[in-house]
Design a protein around this ligand. Structure first.
Ligand SMILES: Nc1ncnc2c1ncn2[C@@H]1O[C@H](COP(=O)(O)OP(=O)(O)OP(=O)(O)O)[C@@H](O)[C@H]1O
Ligand SMILES: [Mg+2]
Length: 422
């Protein structure tokens, strides 16, 4: 509610009604900062244009009221109008509302308390509007402030890159927002390969002048995927990884987060300084593991370490890849062993995934209806903040197209996913 000491009300009435009861009470008792009662339309409009009051009560006949409200709404739109007219028909009511009246009351048929209630209700709505506008403004300042999602596993080869690439493409598709996938798997990063993207420009080209990164510098370095996703590739030579500092990564992330809704980071399986900094900074962390002893062992160690260091508090979703598994290990057992809830699972579909990776087409594009495709899409919806359960322990009914069926479609030119040569 707006504070009464800042509320200015102007009443535009007729000369013969200047001393009517509700006008007097408003002016003398209600406690608003200022109440002006005028008996001439033009004088009232001049006052409104000059003083920008909070509320104008227009107490004239329907046509005059309509013209008056229209003028106020078009010249001082922040001022709210209440019209008081002789019993209006629906047509007159509609015209008043269309002209900009926020409430309409019937002359002689309302109590003073009802008028006060109408004023209070408008003040409350206005207060909400201002609060929202303020929040929105600070939101868009923080904005550019995209969401940083780090995909990590303490064990190599468990599907981190497969999940990061599919997640990035799925988020791009679902949100139609700006999404970047940054390959911080600094040695042998494979995100580009999984998306069939090749370029000599990589994150390495940003390092010498990180303080000067702008759109012009980013343009050639960010690679475009057909889905609209942009990709920051890992260095082409493995020894370059040693040149990358956490400060540089931090600045690069700042620039990417300013420009994008989501920045998805693929990582390697070492808990080095760069990965530590990424985990600390992430808004959401996906820790990938598989239901096999070596992966579970590393994951357990990592979770214990992360807990002790307060590294990932409340921001971690444990993703169990290749689950359900062939040896029928139970979800309950995995959770008990890790002392952590599994937040999402991705089933094992070796043929489809191999087909997709070898073609450089993420499975959420090539086989979105498959069980694995659906589970990756659900994971993306979860990351985007949707209330979905990203656990999918049984196949969906809509049968996935086999790789052969997809190949047949390709032959018939229905879609083309052709791997480009390096
Ligand atoms: N859900 C799945 N079902 C079957 N195979 C999968 C699944 N997820 C990943 N794979 C396979 O696992 C292999 C490793 O995948 P990926 O490269 O994504 O793992 P990674 O954790 O990023 O590995 P690295 O540590 O080398 O970076 C790939 O050959 C891929 O085909
Ligand atoms: Mg990888």
């Amino acid at each position: 509610m707006l504070d009464d000491s800042s509320v200015h009300i102007v009443v535009i009435t007729a000369p013969e009604r200047l001393d009517q009861e509700w006008g007097q009470r408003l002016a003398n008792q209600a406690g608003f900062a200022r109440v002006d009662v005028v008996g001439v339309v033009q004088a009232g409009l001049d006052l409104v244009r000059q003083a920008h009051p909070t509320i104008v009560i227009v107490d004239r006949d329907s046509e005059q009221a309509e013209a008056c409200v229209r003028q106020i709404f078009s010249t001082v739109p922040a001022t709210m109008c209440i019209a008081i007219v002789p019993k209006p028909d629906v047509g007159a009511l509609r015209r008043l509302v269309a002209a900009g009246a926020r409430d309409v009351m019937v002359r002689g048929a309302f109590q003073y308390s009802e008028l006060l209630e109408s004023i209070r209700s408008l003040l409350s709505i206005e207060a909400d509007r201002r609060t929202y506008a303020l929040d929105h403004r600070s939101g868009s300042q923080a904005a550019g402030k995209g969401k940083l999602v780090v995909v990590f596993s303490p064990k190599g080869g468990v599907g981190t890159t497969t999940i990061a690439t599919n997640l990035a493409v799925a988020l791009r598709q679902m949100s139609a927002g700006r999404v970047v996938l940054a390959d911080c798997s600094l040695q042998f990063g494979g995100a580009g390969v999984q998306l069939n993207i090749w370029s000599k420009y990589t994150i390495q080209d940003l390092l010498p002048r990180v303080d000067e990164i702008d759109d012009t510098m980013l343009a050639p370095v960010l690679q475009q995927h057909s889905s609209g996703l942009q990709i920051l590739l890992a260095p082409t030579s493995p020894e370059a990884a040693g040149d990358v500092s956490t400060d540089q990564i931090d600045i690069i992330l700042d620039r990417l987060l300013e420009r994008n809704d989501y920045v998805i980071v693929d990582t390697w399986s070492f808990l080095d300084d760069v990965v530590g900094a990424l985990l600390r900074r992430a808004n959401e962390i996906l820790v990938v593991t598989t239901p096999e002893v070596p992966a579970l062992r590393n994951t357990k160690q990592f979770l214990e370490f992360a807990r002790a260091q307060n590294l990932v508090e409340g921001r971690l979703t444990l993703v169990l890849n290749r689950f359900p598994s062939v040896d029928n290990i139970a979800l309950q057992d995995v959770q008990q062993h890790l002392r952590h809830q599994v937040g999402a699972n991705i089933p094992s579909e070796g043929r489809l995934i191999a087909y997709s990776i070898n073609r450089g087409v993420p499975i959420v594009l090539s086989h979105p209806q498959s069980w694995v495709g659906q589970s990756l899409l659900k994971l993306a919806a979860h990351v985007a903040g949707d209330q979905v359960n990203p656990l999918s322990l049984t196949p969906n009914n809509r049968a996935a197209k086999s790789p052969e069926a997809t190949e047949e479609k390709e032959r018939r030119g229905l879609f083309r996913f052709v791997r480009r040569e390096a």
